[in-house]
Design a protein around this ligand. Structure first.
Ligand code: FPP
Ligand code: MG
Length: 310
């Protein structure tokens, strides 16, 4: 095993907490500017889109885009449009996931869900608007930051692949079919990998593409995202059982209430926690073995996710 402590990269001069605050601020300042002010958008639609987009959240996926780009000596400014694009996709998925036809939730990020404020039809359309605008926003990387059209084409293609039918949407469909007594642990892993992991993988690979990653580094980012994405969703399952409602921004126990299959349901809380630790350690090894110029921030993010309480 390679020792994570042996990398004293300059990147870690700023403590992780400060790095996260600075990056979140950058992302939150940029997100609303990505909706062109000159476009004549019906007022309630723009308001409903911005309501969920600006409702807080950890901004993890955009941070992964920035951090992966920075780990290869790319600049955060270069990565901002794609970072905003993935947050738009994530936010649309949450709006639709909360709808009565899906999880029927009233609270998200500590606030009433989109359909509770704007009604179901507008919430569906706000999600549609964010999904579509993500692709416009990703394309801006070539127009405003000088990233090559080739790299942006690859990113747009991967966004469709990882967020779409073989990625997050497919994972959500598998999740809807999940049922205690019928679904196996292997099927649950499939659900988690696609529903949650694929957007994490996309974010990391996109940051890599933006910084000119080679094939070996892209493979490492993919493995890092694959393992971390599963660890992240298992942690989500754990927090649904033992989390603090004020911190997680929604009622806990919702998985059990809706008879969802989860890692704690299959293997119990303790083994679930161990699984998160094992996957996180393996994810870090993938990065350590691939010779990144600045690996430290990605390694710190992995530890931060394992220890998160919301
Ligand atoms: C919480 O993210 C959300 C997840 C762990 C992913 C759940 C996946 C879906 C709801 C997919 C839905 C897909 C469709 C097509 C409807 P987070 O903890 O990063 O939330 P935050 O952004 O609020 O911090
Ligand atoms: Mg849900």
């Amino acid at each position: 095993m390679i020792n994570p402590q042996s990398h004293s990269a300059s990147q870690s001069a700023v403590p992780l907490k400060q790095y996260l605050q600075e990056r979140i601020q950058l992302i939150e300042e940029t997100l609303p500017t990505m909706l062109p002010a000159s476009w004549n958008v019906p007022h309630p639609l723009a308001e409903a889109m911005l309501y969920s987009l600006m409702a807080g959240g950890k901004r993890l996926r955009p941070i992964f885009v920035l951090a992966a780009c920075e780990s290869l000596n790319g600049s955060p400014a270069t990565a901002l449009p794609v970072a905003c694009a993935v947050e738009m996709i994530h936010t649309y998925s949450l709006i639709h996931d909360d709808l009565p036809a899906m999880d029927n939730d009233d609270l998200r990020r500590g606030k009433p869900t989109n359909h509770k404020v704007y009604g179901e039809a507008m919430a569906i359309l706000a999600g549609d608007g964010l999904l579509t605008h993500a692709f416009f926003t990703a394309a801006q990387a070539a127009k405003v930051t000088g990233v090559s059209a080739d790299a942006v084409l690859t990113i747009v293609e991967e966004l469709a692949e990882y967020a779409g039918m073989r990625g997050m949407v497919g994972g959500q469909v598998a999740d809807m079919g999940g049922e205690q007594g019928l679904t196996t642990l292997e099927q649950l892993a499939y659900i988690h990998h696609h529903k949650t992991g694929d957007l994490v993988i996309f974010s990391l690979r996109a940051g890599g593409h933006l910084a000119g990653a080679n094939a070996h580094q892209l493979d490492a980012l993919t493995e890092f995202g694959f393992k971390l994405g599963l660890a992240f969703q298992i942690q989500d399952d754990i927090l649904d059982v033992i989390g603090d409602e004020a911190l997680i921004g929604k009622p806990k126990g919702s998985d059990e209430k809706s008879a969802k299959v989860t890692y704690p349901y299959f293997i119990g809380l303790e083994a679930s926690k161990q699984e998160v630790e094992r996957l996180t350690a393996e994810a870090k090894q993938a990065i350590l073995q691939a010779q990144f110029p600045q690996p430290q921030r990605l390694l710190e993010l992995a530890d931060y996710l394992m220890d998160r309480n919301h």
